[in-house]
Design a protein around this ligand. Structure first.
Ligand SMILES: Nc1ncnc2c1ncn2[C@@H]1O[C@H](COP(=O)(O)OP(=O)(O)OP(=O)(O)O)[C@@H](O)[C@H]1O
Ligand SMILES: [Mg+2]
Length: 306
C-alpha cells in the first residue's frame, strides 16, 4: 500500500531518494549531490556561461543540434563471454528542429545510441556535441543540468517513479528546472495537468504507475518528457505500447512540439506513421549505421494529421 500524504505534491526528500534510485542506472546520478537542485549556484552559473557561448557559436556557425562522432560502446567481457561491442563508429549530424527516426532490429543498438546522444551514458570512444556543448567537457552535474534544462527523454521501459502519482511524475522535471525557469507551484500543477490531459489521462492524474496500464504509463512518460519544453526530445519507442488511434495522437503531439517550438526529435520507432512523417530515417544494424534515408514527402503529408 502507498503511504498517505497530500496528493499533488512531490515531497523533496522522497522525490530525491526515488530519483536517485530510479534514474541512477541510466542518468549517471550516483548520489543526491549529483542532482541539479543541489548545485552550487556559481558552478551552475559557470556552466551556463559556457553553454551560452557554446550556443552563440553554434547559432552563428552551424545549425547542428546534435553531432555524434565515432560513437562506440563496448562492454567488458566476463569469464563466460568476451567483450561486446554494441555500437561501432557511429557518425551522425542532426539539424536544429529536424525529426529523425532510428530503425533497426532488436539488439542493434538503438537504445544504446539514444542514451549516449542524451548524455545518459558515456561512450567508450567518440563524442557528442549537443547545441554546441561538448558532453565530454561536462562533469556529471553539468550533464544533469543540461538534461534538466534542455532535454526530454521517453524511456522504452517508462522509468516512472513508482511511489509518485502520474501528476507527480510529470511535476518532477518542472522541479528540476533551474531557478530562472522554475514555475510557481500552481503554474507547475496547471502545466502537468494540461500535459496529462493532452495524452488523454485527465482522469488518471492521481493514479500510481502500478495502477496504470502499460500504454497509460507510456503516456505519462511522454507528458513528463514534454514538461520542461525541451530543445531536444529523445523518444525510445514512444508508441510501442499504444493502440493505433492513441499512437496516432501521440505522434501528432510529438510533431506539434517540433512545429511549435522547433524541438529536435530523435525517435526510435518501428511505427510506419512516425518514420513517414520524419525528415530522415537512420537504419542501424549490429551497432553500425547501415544507411540514412531522406524521407520523401508530399506537401499534404507535411500537414498535421487530423
Ligand atoms: N550493460 C550492458 N552490458 C552488456 N551488454 C549490453 C548492455 N546493455 C545493452 N547490451 C547489449 O547491447 C545490445 C544493444 O542493446 P540495445 O538496448 O541498444 O538494443 P535495441 O536496438 O534498443 O533493441 P530493442 O529493439 O530490443 O529495444 C544488445 O545486444 C544488448 O544485449
Ligand atoms: Mg531498445
Amino acid at each position: 500500500m502507498h503511504r498517505a500524504r497530500p496528493r499533488g505534491t512531490v515531497q523533496g526528500r522522497e522525490r530525491d531518494t526515488h530519483l536517485a534510485r530510479e534514474f541512477s542506472p541510466e542518468s549517471g546520478f550516483d548520489n543526491f549531490s549529483d542532482y541539479p537542485g543541489y548545485f552550487d549556484y556559481f558552478d551552475y552559473f559557470d556552466y551556463s556561461l559556457d553553454s551560452f557561448f557554446g550556443s552563440c557559436f553554434n547559432l552563428f556557425v552551424t545549425s547542428r543540434m546534435i553531432v555524434a562522432r565515432n560513437l562506440t560502446q563496448r562492454y567488458p567481457g566476463t569469464l563466460e563471454r568476451g567483450p561486446l561491442t554494441v555500437l561501432s563508429g557511429v557518425d551522425l549530424h542532426i539539424e536544429r528542429a529536424e525529426v529523425v527516426v532510428v530503425l533497426g532490429p532488436s539488439g542493434s543498438g538503438k537504445t544504446t545510441l539514444l542514451g549516449l546522444l542524451a548524455g545518459l551514458d558515456r561512450p567508450t570512444e567518440g563524442g557528442v556535441t549537443l547545441d554546441g556543448v561538448e558532453l565530454s567537457q561536462l562533469d556529471e552535474n553539468g550533464r544533469a543540468s543540461l538534461r534538466a534544462e534542455s532535454l526530454g527523454f521517453v524511456f522504452q521501459n517508462f522509468q516512472l517513479i513508482p511511489t509518485l502519482t502520474a501528476l507527480e511524475n510529470v511535476l518532477v522535471p518542472l522541479e528540476l528546472l533551474p531557478k530562472g525557469r522554475r514555475l510557481d507551484s500552481a503554474a507547475a500543477q496547471r502545466r502537468a495537468t494540461e500535459l496529462l490531459s493532452r495524452v488523454g489521462l485527465e482522469s488518471r492524474t492521481g493514479h500510481y504507475p502500478a495502477e496504470l496500464s502499460g500504454g497509460e504509463q507510456q503516456r505519462v512518460g511522454i507528458a513528463r518528457a514534454f514538461a520542461n519544453e525541451p530543445k531536444i526530445l529523445f523518444a525510445d519507442e514512444p508508441t510501442g505500447n499504444l493502440d493505433r488511434e492513441t499512437g496516432h495522437e501521440v505522434a501528432d503531439l510529438l510533431f506539434a512540439l517540433n512545429r511549435e517550438r522547433d524541438t529536435t526529435l530523435v525517435i526510435v520507432s518501428h511505427d510506419l506513421e512516425l518514420s513517414q512523417r520524419a525528415g530522415r530515417t537512420v537504419h542501424l544494424n549490429a551497432g553500425r549505421i547501415e544507411r540514412i534515408e531522406q524521407v520523401e514527402r508530399t506537401e499534404r503529408d507535411k500537414q498535421p494529421s487530423t
